[in-house]
Design a protein around this ligand. Sequence first.
Ligand code: EPU
Length: 337
Amino acid sequence: MIKKNVSLQTFNTFGVKVAAKLFAQAENEDQVRNVIQSDEFRKHDNLILGGGSNVLFTKDFDGIVLRNHIQGVEVIEETPSSVVVRVGGGVVWHEFVLYCIEHGWNGVENLSLIPGSVGASPMQNIGAYGVEVETVFHELEAIHLQTGEIHYFNGSDCNFGYRDSIFKNKLKGEYLISRVTFQLSKDNHFNISYGAIEQELEQMGVKSLSARAVSNAVIAIRQSKLPDPKEIGNSGSFFKNPIVDQAIYNKIKGQFPEVVAYSAGEGKMKLAAGWLIDQAGWKGVTRGNYGVHKKQALVLVNYGGAKGKEIYNLSEEILNSIHEKFGVSLEREVNIY
Ligand code: EPU
């Protein structure tokens, strides 16, 4: 079951050509346990991989990669107004979204077309167009990599933040998220507060709102500015939108009155990193076979054959340039290996 020297090119959406010294794929909890209790796993560094949509490999992985491919969607509880579903961590996120829409379960339609897997969704609390996964999250099951035990985490245990959870901080590298349980609604309440959605629905001529209509609007918006990883290698937003003190924002605003920012709680502002990077002249910059996407400066792209290290170095240049121009430190959203 554990294979040697396996190419990871199809297992990372950047499409970077690297190999793992050891590689295994688990279809269920027992297979996860078999791998994590093996000598190979104990003796090597490990990396748990889902859809590979939030990683940049800068070199071959000199350890064991365990790909979570646990499938299944089961209804745990159902009432006339809501449903609780338990989903395998290896299920493709967008396929789960479509499954919900087909069954009349609402809540994840704004998160349409986000690349990646269900197991990775709580890890960085995926979000788009006014909704984050924590709003529909009920519970998750995670296998402790040291002991093989299953531990349960509710929403407050996960410590969700903006693109953040306990699994990226205190518990980093300790668990494989095997299944996630979501609570979805059958009521027709939709979140279309994010301006672009309303505009898109209007343009589409939608008269009565439905999860499918909202999903179609989100898909159209995403397709208009984000590259499809099947065509151009990328990892979505490469950087997070930085959260800064009001005083720093005021200073930037004084110098750049058009700066795009949103309130982020008491005394804090979240700046649009895409705007900062765009203003610094990076949008569309191309270096041979990689660069900054032409329509969205937050996204770095591999046009084919680029090395992870090259993309990483470009991100480093961008970080330095934003710091120099605006005095703001950007953080990468993508995990670097
Ligand atoms: N902007 C520019 N130039 C650019 C990109 C953006 O001026 O090249 C400006 C836009 O005009 C807009 C503002 O920046 O005024 C914000 O842009 P946008 O609405 O596209 O959203 P974003 O902040 O760039 C975030 C998420 C996306 C998510 C969208 C929609 C982060 C890091 N990114 O992008 O998430 O889809 O909002 O909710 O939070 C992802 O995480 O991979 C991702 C794509």
